[in-house]
Design a protein around this ligand. Structure first.
Ligand SMILES: C[S@@+](CC[C@H](N)C(=O)[O-])C[C@H]1O[C@@H](n2cnc3c(N)ncnc32)[C@H](O)[C@@H]1O
Length: 269
């Protein structure tokens, strides 16, 4: 059905909030992947995949920076927002989770992959799935699942175990640098997806992510909303995606490709 509707092209419709990130952020993801690649096969663990937009960014990165590999996606694709998270976007996502559209779109979007890359979805919550995965098995772990503090903290603790030495741990939704996070003010709200924050351009902050990242690392590279660190022995040090190589993933729309080219064009300064 989806194949007939969309002619084999990936689909990330606004009605399901299929694209949850900016062009710039996706380019940063590819930069991180280039810095995490060290050969083949490259293994990426993604916690929270929704309908596969960021998944396909990892797939494209593996093709460019390695000769093949795997993206392991941990996502039950079942309703997860708490009652207090009831904004329009949450409602849209919950509807797509309830009626199975999110699952169908994910499967459809990852159904045409390059021959040397596989995508495997583990249809479980991270708390159930991650402990069963082998230690140091991934070059890159990307955390973008539940934004509630307990879950993000759990995902980070597991990511530290799951990433190989020299690999990268990164995540979405850190809206401000660690130094600007007022942990005490956020603590009462850490089980919320987002709360208002007038100091930010988009007016919202993810308190659970902010507190979990702040408690887990002394420093991270923060290119809001992306945060990233590299494992160096037993330490985790900031790693800047802008130091990596960048590609424009083929699942970008024509408009996104134009935007990306504009961002990558030298300014002449
Ligand atoms: C923000 S979306 C991910 C967006 C995706 N990374 C992208 O950029 O296209 C969050 C995802 O986390 C998933 N999720 C929620 N709770 C989770 C949990 N406990 N474990 C794993 N995934 C979870 C949801 O089903 C949803 O698909």
């Amino acid at each position: 059905m989806l194949e007939a509707l969309f002619g084999g092209m990936p689909f990330f419709g606004a009605a399901v909030r299929g694209k949850q990130t900016s062009v710039m952020n996706s380019l940063f993801l590819t930069g991180l992947a280039s810095l995490a690649a060290r050969g083949s096969p490259m293994r990426v663990l993604e916690i929270g995949s929704w309908v596969g937009y960021s998944t396909l960014t990892w797939v494209a990165s593996i093709v460019s920076f390695s000769t093949g590999g795997e993206v392991v996606c941990v996502d039950p694709l079942e309703p997860y927002f708490a009652d207090h998270d009831n904004e329009k976007d949450h409602q849209r996502m919950t509807a797509a989770l309830n009626n199975g559209l999110a699952k169908d779109l994910f499967e459809y979007n990852v159904s045409r992959l390059p021959k040397n890359v596989t995508v495997t979805r583990i249809a479980k919550r991270s708390t159930d799935a991650l402990p069963a995965l082998p230690s140091e098995a991934f070059d890159l772990v990307y955390i973008d699942g539940s934004h509630a503090y307990e879950h993000v903290k759990f995902d980070i603790d597991q990511a530290k175990r799951l990433v190989r030495d020299g690999g990268i741990v990164a995540g979405d939704d850190l809206d401000k640098p660690l130094s600007q996070i007022d942990e005490a003010a956020m603590l009462p709200f850490v089980d919320h997806d987002v709360i208002p924050d007038e100091s930010l351009p988009h007016g919202l902050v993810h308190p659970g992510v902010a507190v979990a990242v702040k408690r887990s690392f002394s420093e991270v590279c923060s290119l809001a909303p992306l945060w990233s660190v590299r494992r160096v022995g037993e330490r985790f040090l900031p790693v800047d995606p802008r130091e990596g190589r960048v590609i424009i993933p083929p699942h970008f729309s024509e408009e996104e490709k134009r935007q990306a080219q504009g961002l990558l064009r030298p300014t002449g300064r």
